[in-house]
Write a protein of this length. Structure first.
Length: 270
C-alpha cells in the first residue's frame, strides 16, 4: 500500500488551520455590533458570545453606550432577559435608551463600590440562564479574577463586556477581544477604536465611528438650525455666521438640574 503524498496532508491541514496574517473565523456565536466598520474587523463579524470583551477607556462612562447599545438591544430581543450593569458610574438615562431600542425595564443596575462585591455580582449574573448580557466596570480586577469571569461567560454563553482604565492595556488579560476607545483628537465628532487583541493580524489604523448615532446627530443639527434662524430673524446674528458659533451647548444634566446620566449627551438649548 502506497503512502499518501505530503501535499494531501498539507491541503487537509490547511483547511482547519488559522494563519496569523488573516482575520480568524469565530469559533462560537457572535452578535453583530451594529457598526459595519467594526464588524468588518472582528472575527465572525461581531461581539463574541460566551467570551469576555474588554473595553479600555480614559473615563469609565465614555462611549460605552454608543458602542454597545445596538448589540445589547439585540441580545434582549433574542434572549428575553435583562442586561445587568455592575458598577455603572452613572444612572442610565432610561428614555434615551428606550428610544434606541433598549427598554428601561430590561436593565438591572447593581450598585457597589467594593471590588469584591462587583466581581461576585458579575459572576452570579453570568450564571443566570435568563440574563441577556453583562456589562461590568471592574477597574481593579486581577488576571485570575478576569479568567474566572471568562470561564463563567463561556459556560453559559452570555455576552460579557468588562470596562477598565486605559492603563490596563499594559497588563495581560484573558479577554478574547480587547478594544481601547477614545475621542478622535483631530475630529471630535468621531470615536477611535484601537483593537489591541483579536484573532487576526494587528490593525494598523483605528476603526472610526461617529460619536453620536444618526438620529441624535440629526436632532442636534435641527436644533442648531432652528436657533440660528430665530436669532437671524431677530437681527442678533449676522447672516454669514455658522450654526455652531451661534449655538449654546450645555450638558443635559445641567439643563434638567439633576445628576449626570450614562449617555454623556450634549443638547442645544433653544
Amino acid at each position: 500500500m502506497g503512502l499518501p503524498f505530503l501535499d494531501s496532508f498539507s491541503a487537509a491541514a490547511g483547511r482547519g488551520v488559522w494563519h496569523a496574517d488573516e482575520l480568524g473565523l469565530a469559533d462560537a456565536q457572535v452578535t453583530a455590533t451594529g457598526h459595519a466598520a467594526l464588524d468588518a474587523q472582528l472575527p465572525g463579524g461581531g461581539w463574541p458570545v460566551g467570551a469576555m470583551t474588554e473595553l479600555l477607556q480614559g473615563a469609565p462612562e465614555a462611549h460605552v453606550w454608543r458602542l454597545l447599545l445596538p448589540a445589547l438591544a439585540q441580545a434582549v430581543q433574542a434572549r428575553g432577559g435583562p442586561v445587568v450593569l455592575v458598577g455603572a458610574p452613572y444612572e442610565p438615562c432610561g428614555p434615551s435608551l428606550a428610544a434606541q431600542g433598549l427598554p428601561v425595564e430590561a436593565l438591572m443596575w447593581v450598585r457597589s463600590e467594593a471590588p469584591a462585591a462587583r466581581l461576585w455580582a458579575c459572576e452570579q449574573a453570568l450564571r443566570c440562564a435568563d440574563i441577556a448580557a453583562v456589562v461590568a466596570w471592574l477597574p481593579q480586577a486581577r488576571v485570575g479574577e478576569l479568567r474566572r469571569l471568562q470561564l463563567a461567560a463561556a459556560q453559559h454563553e452570555v455576552l460579557l463586556f468588562v470596562c477598565r482604565p486605559e492603563s490596563a492595556a499594559r497588563s495581560a488579560s484573558p479577554a478574547r477581544l480587547r478594544i481601547r476607545a477614545g475621542r478622535c483628537e483631530s475630529d471630535a465628532s468621531q470615536i477611535e477604536l484601537h483593537i489591541l487583541k483579536r484573532r487576526g493580524p494587528p490593525l494598523a489604523a483605528p476603526v472610526m465611528l461617529p460619536a453620536r448615532n444618526e438620529r441624535m446627530a440629526a436632532l442636534l443639527a435641527a436644533a442648531r438650525l432652528r436657533r440660528k434662524l430665530r436669532l437671524q430673524q431677530s437681527g442678533t446674528v449676522p447672516a454669514g455666521e455658522t450654526a455652531a458659533s451661534s449655538a449654546t451647548v450645555v450638558r443635559i444634566d445641567a439643563w434638567k438640574g439633576g445628576g449626570p446620566d450614562a449617555l454623556d449627551r450634549l443638547a442645544v438649548v433653544a
